[in-house]
Design a protein around this ligand. Structure first.
Ligand SMILES: [Zn+2]
Length: 141
């Protein structure tokens, strides 16, 4: 398991790249092994917003419209975790499994350990904070 500092550093670099308007979102996403949409979602959740006007200008300049397309992996039907199960897991484990952050420090989410969003088996679910969850996602090849 990578540590918290690693994820913070990685997210920091991602934010810097994201706010540097010299390159397109899809190129930044590729660099970190993410899809454009997941990068944008991560940035939005971390409170970093790229102006749409700028993003559009860049994609026109680079003739790169891939960030507008829906990636294959999103077409997999996601099964939502039943609220009761979500509650049970968070109640038993109210902190991040990687860095130990509580919800007061960072928003917590339920992560699928095997990265399969349809596998809602209780032992496939763990609590991760937002930073660690995106860190894990960024490590996925
Ligand atoms: Zn964490």
């Amino acid at each position: 398991m990578k540590n918290k500092e690693y994820y913070i550093k990685r997210n920091q670099l991602m934010k810097e790249d994201y706010l540097n308007y010299n390159t397109t979102v899809s190129k930044i996403a590729k660099k970190y092994g993410l899809t454009s949409r997941s990068l944008q979602r991560a940035m939005k959740n971390l409170g970093v917003v790229r102006e749409r006007k700028e993003a559009t200008r860049l994609s026109v300049k680079h003739k790169d419209y891939s960030w507008l397309r829906k990636p294959e992996e999103l077409k997999v039907k996601r099964k939502s975790i039943p609220q009761g199960l979500r509650y049970k897991i968070l109640r038993a484990h109210p902190y991040c499994s990687v860095c130990g952050a509580t919800y007061q420090q960072c928003p917590l989410s339920i992560d699928h350990i095997d990265n399969n969003p349809t596998n809602n088996n209780e032992n496939n679910l763990q609590v991760l904070c937002l930073e660690c969850n995106y860190g894990k996602y960024a490590l996925k090849e």
